[in-house]
Design a protein around this ligand. Structure first.
Ligand SMILES: [Zn+2]
Length: 239
């Protein structure tokens, strides 16, 4: 025990010795912050009151229905901790092939902002889904603005699945040499939505039909989704 800790221990011991036990009284915890009885809720409220609340998109992530790995991926994107080439460079990792975005030929550094919102490749993916972004430095601000004009529920799921598919397409190209194409990306998107459906209550599944419409999904797929929503069909792949 350090000298300082020992001194504190002696002070604490003196304090305890000065206390007189009253065996007739029941021990209770008293909250000095609210003037009432102590409760965990009261303590947490006092402790976190001084912390500025996170921007709404962070709350949207955890309330969304997507798979945890996609939620975590989206959180990394929002806090700019996704392993883009730009981040690898900031961590002093040397890449022989350079730090350019691989999805376009513009020789632009692969930042999260570029990869998901500015890259011509990503822009075409968003365009296929009927979305255009007003570019700003702050992704949260962009999301808040986009959410206002989004038709239907599950905006955050829609966003997360889209960026997840862009990321998978990018990784497929880098690690599996699979050339990016809008057609393949749409298929990827459909597969993810397909998996996502099982996480929604059967009564709500038809709501994501809007996604298939704006994505120009083929009629067969739309009908299959409808059947799924009506019969609560589980366990088979649609595509
Ligand atoms: Zn690019």
């Amino acid at each position: 025990m350090s000298r300082q800790a020992h001194n504190e221990f002696l002070i604490f011991k003196d304090c305890l010795q000065s206390l007189k036990a009253d065996n007739d009284q029941t021990n209770v915890w008293v909250s000095q912050w609210s003037g009432g009885l102590y409760s965990s809720r009261c303590y947490y409220k006092h402790h976190f009151d001084s912390i500025t609340p996170a921007p709404p998109p962070f709350c949207w992530i955890w309330k969304a229905k997507s798979m945890p790995r996609i939620k975590f991926f989206a959180w990394l994107l929002l806090v700019d901790r996704l392993n883009t080439k730009d981040l690898l460079r900031r961590r002093h990792k040397h890449l022989e092939e350079g730090y350019h975005c691989v999805l376009c030929h513009e020789h632009v550094d692969e930042t999260a902002q570029h990869l998901f919102f500015e890259c011509t490749s990503s822009v075409t993916r968003w365009f296929a889904l009927g979305l255009q972004w007003e570019l700003q430095d702050n992704v949260c601000q962009m999301l808040i603005q986009q959410q206002l004009s989004f038709v239907g529920p599950y905006f955050m799921d829609f966003f997360m699945i889209t960026v997840w598919c862009i990321w998978k397409e990018r990784n497929d190209f880098i690690f599996n040499h699979k050339a990016p194409s809008l057609q393949n990306w749409k298929q990827l998107f459909k597969n993810e939505v397909n998996l996502h459906l099982f996480r929604l209550p059967s009564s709500k599944r038809f709501l994501v039909m809007n996604w298939s419409v704006i994505c120009n999904f083929d009629r067969l797929y739309s009908e299959a989704l409808l059947v799924l929503s009506c019969k609560s069909f589980i366990g088979k792949s649609l595509v």
